[in-house]
Design a protein around this ligand. Structure first.
Ligand SMILES: O=C[C@H](O)COP(=O)(O)O
Length: 254
């Protein structure tokens, strides 16, 4: 992290927590992060808990993000929600292109290229996820994959809006596996992502926030968050527990 970029620690709950469980979580989290200064804290609950979390977190340091959004204004897209529907809820933003969405629900770079500017236009902060599989890393294709995902995903974003996108580097082999990228691997990939943004605009590259995601937990957070090109974390499993999540926020404040 560098002093010029505000760190963001965002918890992606995936398909976990009912409204009652989400309420219990936020009531336990708020006093634990009360004094976290200069850190943006985000939670990304399922759609069903968004309104309740926005209401409960109002006035606190915690911002609420959705986990997904469709790129169209409206239409026959059963099960999807639009940017306008999310901004009406007063959420801060939304995750886009999580590897689980890409792998299990067929999301493509092409559809994400439409969703990212759509979110920005609606006043939402997109968290665009990118990352390589284990096989891609083993055959030396990490940079090629990241280049493709970043170039395509940001293709329709104007240069002067690039820094309003948050990018999450999540090596797929580290998600939910307990395997974490080494600090060298995380730094190398995040620096590469920043350089890709720099090919469009150096100013944006200096300002854009790049998160690391993949088995981040209290035990490894400080080391990862100290890396110069890692500006925060997109936390899965460890974000389900208020104590563990608060400890990661604490590591970002150190
Ligand atoms: O969005 C979060 C990531 O998929 C990381 O999940 P994880 O921390 O459970 O590995």
């Amino acid at each position: 992290m560098t002093g010029s970029r505000t760190p963001l620690i965002a918890g992606n709950w995936k398909m976990h927590k009912t409204i009652a469980e989400a309420e219990e979580f936020i009531q336990a989290l708020l006093p634990r992060v009360f004094s976290a200064d200069g850190i943006d804290i985000g939670i990304c609950p399922p759609f069903t808990s968004l309104q309740a979390m926005v209401d409960s977190a109002r006035g606190s340091a915690v911002r609420v993000y959705a986990q997904n959004m469709h790129h169209a204004d409206q239409g026959a897209f059963t099960g999807e929600v639009s940017a306008a529907m999310l901004s009406e809820l007063e959420v801060q933003g939304t995750i886009l292109g999580h590897s689980e969405r890409r792998e299990l629900f067929g999301e493509t770079d092409k559809s994400l290229a439409l969703a990212v500017p759509q979110a920005l236009e609606a006043g939402l902060e997109p968290i665009l996820c990118v990352g390589e599989t284990e096989a891609e890393r083993e055959r030396g294709d990490t940079e090629r994959k990241l280049r493709h995902q970043i170039q395509e995903g940001l293709a329709k974003v104007a240069d002067d809006r690039l820094a309003d996108v948050v990018i999450a580097y999540e090596p797929i082999w580290a998600i939910g596996t307990g395997l974490t990228a080494t600090p060298e691997q995380a730094q190398e990939a995040c620096a590469f992502v920043r350089a890709l943004v720099g090919q469009r605009s150096q100013e944006a590259a200096d300002r854009v926030r790049i998160l690391y995601g993949g088995s981040m937990k209290p035990e490894n957070a400080a080391e990862l968050l100290a890396l110069p090109d890692v500006d925060g974390g997109l936390v899965g499993g460890a974000s389900l527990d208020p104590e563990a999540f608060a400890a990661i926020v604490e590591a970002a404040s150190a």
